[in-house]
Design a protein around this ligand. Structure first.
Ligand code: 8ID
Ligand code: ZN
Length: 357
């Protein structure tokens, strides 16, 4: 057996954005194209969304080391151009997505119950294995996302992390149709998708972020209220006042990259409400007053990406035309400029990179 099936025309070299040293700008350079292992597929990445997680990886923000040198990126959408000899459920030419969970052991107690993001051996795209800021990327066949052929690869790429993550977080919140969620960081990549998923799930949205551009965008996406954290004199009372009975939202989805709202959410969430922490600001702590948390019976939970089923469901919302979030596309060669804008908090929605440029 030859071992590997490859489409014609796959080159041996490609362009990629490489992190050579943590804390330094990414380097756009030529690197070899990897060969898929027996249980892997090779995806010709066409587009990749740029997540704030990629910037955390570049900056070394988290208490978890990255591979080095590292190709970042985990919102890769492309075409299957190769596969190992154990792979029998993908076909060359299929559309595939490279998401944050690149692979997992599939046999530990977490994998057995479809909590595969909790697998101690999970491989993380663009963090512990090379990710989607290259033209050809490897993913485990069992974990790569299946993208239907009618989907636009450019528009769907942000769904592969941002979409899956906020959809999972909204489910974890337990908020029911007709109830209200506050989305903190609503003008960013995860936030803009969270508004769209919340709306599609029948929820009402209070957007919290800063500046007029994000205010306008969140209203267009379907948020009923906007609280500007940069100008509000009292975020807690403004969020409560945005609910009809003044008692606060049923759930809070925290996707900001700033510690303050993680210490504020318990104060404005409704009694019996749920606070979902998703954003991962460096060195931050959650904080809540014990007295109010107890007498209001508040739930505070973390939510981490999604499993394969969550991913398929999030993609299906997109395929049905329910998820339309704004994005801007630039060439892969311009990735550092995207990081600079992200660092300054200047991105409304998501940036996507086109790997052919
Ligand atoms: O599985 C997970 N838990 C997961 C998955 C994917 C991403 C977690 N994340 C994390 C990222 O690592 C990052 O820490 O979610 C966070 C948000 O990622 P993003 O949406 O890609 O970041 P962004 O586009 O920069 O958006 C952040 C928004 O937060 C706003 C900013 O204005 C921006 O629009 N924001 C900030 I900074 N402080 C705020 C505040 N105090 C705030 N909004 C409201 N109140
Ligand atoms: Zn991400």
């Amino acid at each position: 057996m030859s071992g590997v099936r490859m489409a014609e025309g796959v080159p041996s070299k490609q362009m990629a954005q490489v992190i050579e040293k943590t804390g330094q700008p990414v380097v756009f350079k030529e690197i070899p194209v990897q060969k898929p292992g027996p249980d892997e597929i090779l995806v010709n990445i066409k587009y990749s969304g740029v997540c704030h997680t990629d910037l955390h990886a570049l900056n070394g923000d988290w208490p978890l080391d990255t591979k080095l040198p590292l190709v970042g990126g985990h919102e890769g959408a492309g075409v299957v151009v190769g596969m190992g000899d154990l792979v029998d459920d993908w076909t060359l030419g299929d559309y595939a997505g490279v998401k944050w969970i690149n692979g997992s052991c599939l046999s530990c107690s977490f994998c057995q119950q479809a909590d595969e993001p909790l697998c101690a051996k999970a491989l993380l795209s663009g963090y512990t294995v090379d990710g989607s800021f290259q033209q050809y990327c490897i993913a485990k066949a069992a974990h790569a996302a299946r993208i239907p052929k009618e989907c636009d690869l450019e528009a769907i790429s942000p769904v592969l992390c941002a979409g899956i993550t906020v959809y999972k977080g909204l489910k974890e919140s337990g908020a029911r149709p007709g109830q209200t969620v506050a989305i903190v960081g609503a003008g960013g990549g995860l936030g803009s998708l969270a508004i769209q998923y919340a709306k599609a799930m029948g929820l009402r949205v209070i957007a919290i972020d800063g500046g007029d551009e994000k205010k306008k965008m969140t209203a267009e996406l379907g948020a009923e209220h906007f609280v500007d954290f940069m100008t509000s004199k009292n975020v807690v009372s403004d969020v409560k006042a945005a609910t009809e009975d003044g008692l606060g939202p049923h759930a809070v989805i925290l996707v900001a990259v700033n510690e303050k709202p993680f210490q504020q959410a318990a104060e404005y969430v409704r009694p019996r409400g749920t606070v979902i922490a998703i954003g991962l600001p460096a060195g931050a702590y959650l904080r809540a007053p014990v007295f109010e948390s107890v007498i209001k019976m508040i739930t505070i939970k973390g939510s981490y990406v999604g499993n394969r089923r969550d991913s398929a469901e999030a993609i299906e919302f997109f395929r049905r035309g329910l998820i339309k979030a704004p994005f801007k596309t630039v060439g892969l060669s311009e990735l550092q400029k995207v990081y600079d804008l992200m660092h300054e908090g200047k991105i409304a929605g998501r940036y996507v990179v086109d790997t052919s440029k």
